[in-house]
Design a protein around this ligand. Sequence first.
Ligand code: HEM
Length: 136
Amino acid sequence: MLTIDLDVIRLTLHVLAATIWVGGQIVLAALAGPLRRADPAALAPVARAYAWVAWPAFVVLILTGGWMLADISQAGEAGEALQATLTIKLLLVALSGIGAGLHTLVKTPALKGIWAAVGLGSALVVVLLGVSIVEA
Ligand code: HEM
């Protein structure tokens, strides 16, 4: 049996939060159409309920990610390629948060769609870069 130490628990929390932030957006996007057709008034409360889970997950991502990053920097493990990947990842994390936030704030359906796509698209690339960091 392999060891389950603090590092494993921390990465598990990071991955779990990523499934909520990214997977939740995909599921909500899939449900939005049928939900609106069944009852247009139901979409807003469902989206708000998701936001109550998604934003804490985003905070968990930043806290656990920052903690892992601090360990990597302290150990002097970060080569140039890893540093570049992490920098791009952090920029896309910011874009993912901004996209999701603006999606909530704007009023027109077109702008809502654009910011939802920006938020989810950048989050998907963040997952790809996160896995590439672990694999490095
Ligand atoms: C939208 C936000 C984020 C998502 C979706 C995300 C997703 C991921 C994923 C999927 C992994 C790979 C896990 C695995 O393959 O086991 C990962 C790893 C990692 N993430 Fe994030 N992440 C996010 C935010 C952050 C932030 C804000 C930081 C730093 C401040 C960060 C730092 C890291 C580090 C250092 C690793 C590698 C850990 C290791 O090598 O053990 N992440 N992330």
